[in-house]
Ligand binder design. Structure first.
Ligand SMILES: *Cc1c(COP(=O)(O)O)cnc(C)c1O
Length: 402
């Protein structure tokens, strides 16, 4: 480790709130599927800023759009109409179920907006319906309402009292949802595929059944697509795999290809419950973030990216499944598109460290699950090189066991 990196880590520990267990490297540059640390070491990135840099690091289209926007207009208030924001909303609406978008700055904020909107929607009808059913192992963010909606005790512990009005049921269990419905229930909130909770993929009929349950019981369906959207699963939005349309959808991570943004999309009928003054965000849909989002969106239509995601995802899954036959400590391989996980039988942070040492970034969730979310532009030979390193690591691991 160079003096430069040592110095950075020392200062980081001194001046940065210790909310992350950080790896002992500082990343200073990125291009495409690669990033470099302060010592000049190169890494192939299978983390992508956690499913943010879907188009790769510093894609030309986004860099150009941001540069142009930065020189034109950095920020104005949402008291005025903002051209790139309007254009991004138009693209999102034309390519989804939604009629309108509300912009904010993060996934948690997008989900907060959704929670507020469903309450307001029923309030305006004079109905006392405010309870939202959410799922175990879900992840919706770190603000008070979104952590209360999140179905993981480790995220809530120490922050009690939680916000009320959330009921948590097992994921991929429609009977549990039906059972949890009361006269106060207003919505079901769910990730199409759970990200942080372990890349958990429900039955193919799950979302359709949830939508039916919502229709029958006067509930709204909120899809948290913060991680699954923007091509990650091989469709622009993951719900497009399942022949349903939600009432509300939240976006963030990959939406602006590396610039902070969040969005909540909904139909006119629902989003019209928000009147001027009901909800706001100073930076929401800021000109620079929106210009980046618009450039990212255009890249999806220009490039044949979605079929590439399906092809690479299938390839990665098949390679990992081959490994599973050889190594007894691999419990499960699962994924959709380029949202892929390998579940191990024991805590696996040392595997992440091994890969990092060899120049590959992966991450570990729920202690035992290795998650692979590379930029969507990843190529076969890059997947092969990751597989080689994992095999090398597992051969050594197997050697230790015998
Ligand atoms: C990351 C994530 C969030 C939170 O997004 P932030 O931008 O960190 O607030 C919410 N929901 C899901 C599904 C996520 O993956």
């Amino acid at each position: 480790m160079s003096m430069k990196t040592k110095e950075l880590i020392k200062k980081s520990n001194k001046y940065i709130a210790q909310t992350y267990g950080r790896f002992p490297i500082a990343l200073v540059r990125g291009k495409g599927t690669k990033v470099w640390d302060a010592d000049g070491k190169e890494y192939l990135d299978f983390v992508s800023g956690i499913a943010v840099c879907n188009l790769g690091h510093c894609p030309d289209a986004i860099v150009t759009a941001v540069k142009n926007q930065v020189e034109t207009l950095l920020h104005v208030s949402n008291l005025y109409h903002i051209e790139p924001q309007i254009e991004l909303a138009e693209e999102l609406v034309k390519n989804s179920f939604a009629d309108k978008a509300f912009f904010c700055n993060s996934g948690a904020e997008a989900n907060e907006a959704a929670i507020k909107l469903v309450r307001k929607y029923f309030h305006d009808q004079g109905k006392e319906k405010y309870e939202i059913i959410t799922m175990k192992q879900s992840f919706h963010g770190r603000t008070m309402a979104t952590l209360s909606a999140t179905g993981q005790a480790k995220i809530q512990k120490g922050f009690e009292p939680l916000s009320s009005g959330f009921k948590c049921v097992p994921f991929d269990d429609t009977a549990a949802v039906t059972e949890a419905i009361s006269s106060k229930t207003c919505a079901v909130m769910v990730e199409p595929i759970q990200g942080e909770g372990g890349v958990n993929i429900p039955d193919d009929n799950y979302l359709k059944s949830l939508k039916d349950i919502c229709n029958k019981n006067d509930l709204l369906l909120i899809l948290d697509e913060v991680q699954t959207a923007m091509g990650r699963t091989g469709r622009l939005f993951a719900y497009q795999h399942y022949e349903i349309e939600p009432d509300i959808m939240t976006l963030a991570k990959g939406l602006a290809g590396g610039i902070a943004i969040g969005a909540m999309l909904a139909t006119n009928k629902i989003i019209s419950a928000f009147k001027p003054g009901n909800h706001a965000s100073t930076f929401g849909g800021n000109p620079v973030a929106a210009a980046a989002g618009l450039a990212a969106f255009k890249e999806f239509s220009h490039k044949n990216l979605l079929s590439h995601v399906e092809e690479m995802g299938t390839y990665l899954l098949s390679k990992l499944n081959d490994m599973k036959k050889r190594f007894p400590f691999i419990k499960d391989i699962r994924g959709k598109g380029l949202m892929v996980a390998m579940e191990m039988d024991s805590p696996s942070s040392e595997i992440v460290n091994y890969c990092m040492d060899k120049g590959f970034l992966i991450n570990c969730i729920q202690e035992k699950i290795l998650r692979f979310v590379p930029p969507l532009i990843v190529q076969k030979n890059e997947i092969d090189s990751l597989i080689n390193i994992l095999e090398q690591c597992f051969d050594e691991k197997l050697g230790q066991h015998i």
